[in-house]
Write a protein that binds this ligand. Structure first.
Ligand code: PLP
Length: 390
């Protein structure tokens, strides 16, 4: 049998990596809702690079780099820090189903949709759930959280750093301190905060945290950066029952995402290319500069929309920089807020988010996340809105 000359492999590789036009016809949008946000051009380009195998040393070197960058962003030295192969909700589920067993006590802060989702996930895992609620648009009261923790003596306490359904920012340190004092593990939702606000898991005493790629990282949805402390991993090892989710079991995930690099599931190669490139972009800008850019854009947004009658829902001290919830002026209410959003999208290519739950029809959620936290995006929105409402 004749053997194919070796140079065929090179020709094949060249053919496979040639740029080609795809056939999808999609509109360009400026994504100023609660996420996803627009993706950096370098990330788009990285995601179209030729595939490597998920055990290829060249890919594993990239994965090492990705995990290192994630540790920096999360403010942690946790070895178990990785991009989970699913969206932020899977990160939430991974934290809760690994740390909770049937009958375990769980205290959760609920001042919006995502605290409520954590309560739901924990109930499905069979935990005894105590909710500490606060009015939507206000932060959790650390005193009320501390009182519930003291009374319930839970195994796990959880809350949201940046509540995307309302635009409220929570100070994690006092709640984490109260939980630690009672010997509880602390879980923090960082889906919207990561890369737009400082996150300091180790300094705050957080045991498990999760995020998403589609907000301030400016990477498409599909991965959930997660981090577990040694204390959290010890709690998982001490479980009496196996973790009910095979896919999200941190003991099994550690086989691939830890030092051994053995197969657990096929890693989403292209998504990890995109995330790593996105994390390089963030490292080049510097976290401090990026956080300052988000704060500056949010201030400009409030200034630009107030002459049109929009008012922020949340007090300035508790307001998120990357997601501003705006109460709507009469001109928007009278026209129908959903109709105004439709015209913004179809005629100006700009997406903003409506309210959720009790805030549906009352607010818009305007995201200036990652690449979109820039003054020219604010100007574009203000001028489109001025023309729509004229
Ligand atoms: N937590 C918060 C604070 C969020 O904003 C979101 C999504 O918007 C999630 C969790 C769930 O993430 P995903 O939609 O990526 O599953």
């Amino acid at each position: 049998m004749r053997r194919a000359p070796l140079r065929c492999a090179g020709r094949y590789a060249a053919r496979m990596s040639k740029p080609v036009r795809d056939s999808l016809e999609l509109p360009e949008r400026l994504l100023l809702g609660p996420g996803p946000s627009n993706v950096h051009a370098r990330v788009r380009s990285a995601m179209s690079r030729p595939l490597l195998g998920h055990l290829d040393p060249a890919f594993l070197a990239l994965l090492d780099e990705c995990q290192d960058h994630l540790r920096t962003l999360f403010g942690t030295s946790n070895a178990f820090t990785l991009p989970l192969s699913a969206t932020g909700s899977a990160g939430m589920e991974a934290c809760l189903v690994n740390l909770l067993e049937r009958g375990d006590r769980f205290v959760v802060g609920v001042n919006g949709v995502f605290g409520g989702r954590m309560a739901d996930v924990a109930e499905r895992a069979g935990a005894e759930v105590t909710k500490v609620e606060a009015e939507w648009g206000t932060p959790l009261d650390p005193g009320a959280m501390a009182e519930a923790i003291e009374r319930v003596q839970p195994k796990v306490v959880a809350f949201v750093h940046a509540e995307t359904s309302t635009g409220v920012r929570q100070d994690p340190a006092p709640i984490a301190e109260a939980a630690r004092a009672a010997g509880a593990l602390v879980v923090l939702d960082c889906v919207t905060s990561l890369a737009g606000l400082p996150v300091e898991l180790d300094a705050w005493g957080i045991d498990a945290a999760y995020s998403g790629t589609q907000k301030c990282l400016s990477v498409p949805p599909g991965l959930s950066p997660v981090s577990f402390s040694e204390r959290a991993l010890d709690a998982v090892r001490a479980r009496k029952t196996p973790v009910q989710s095979w896919y999200l079991d941190v003991g099994l995930l550690g086989g691939y995402f830890g030092g051994e690099r053995v197969y657990h599931h096929t890693a989403p190669i292209s998504s990890i290319y995109g995330l790593t490139e996105g994390l390089r972009v963030i490292a080049e800008e510097g976290l401090e500069a990026r956080v300052a850019r988000h704060a500056e854009a949010a201030t400009a947004l409030v200034d630009a929309l107030s002459p049109l009658g929009f008012k922020p829902l949340v007090d300035a001290v508790h307001r998120l920089p990357m997601l501003t919830s705006m109460q709507l002026p009469d001109a928007v209410q009278e026209r129908g807020e959903a109709d105004v959003r439709r015209v913004l999208l179809q005629e100006h290519g700009i997406e903003v988010g409506g309210g959720l739950g009790a805030l549906a029809g009352r607010i818009w959620r305007i995201g200036l996340m990652g690449e979109n936290a820039r003054l020219d995006r604010v100007e574009q929105l203000a001028s489109a809105l001025t023309s729509v409402l004229d």
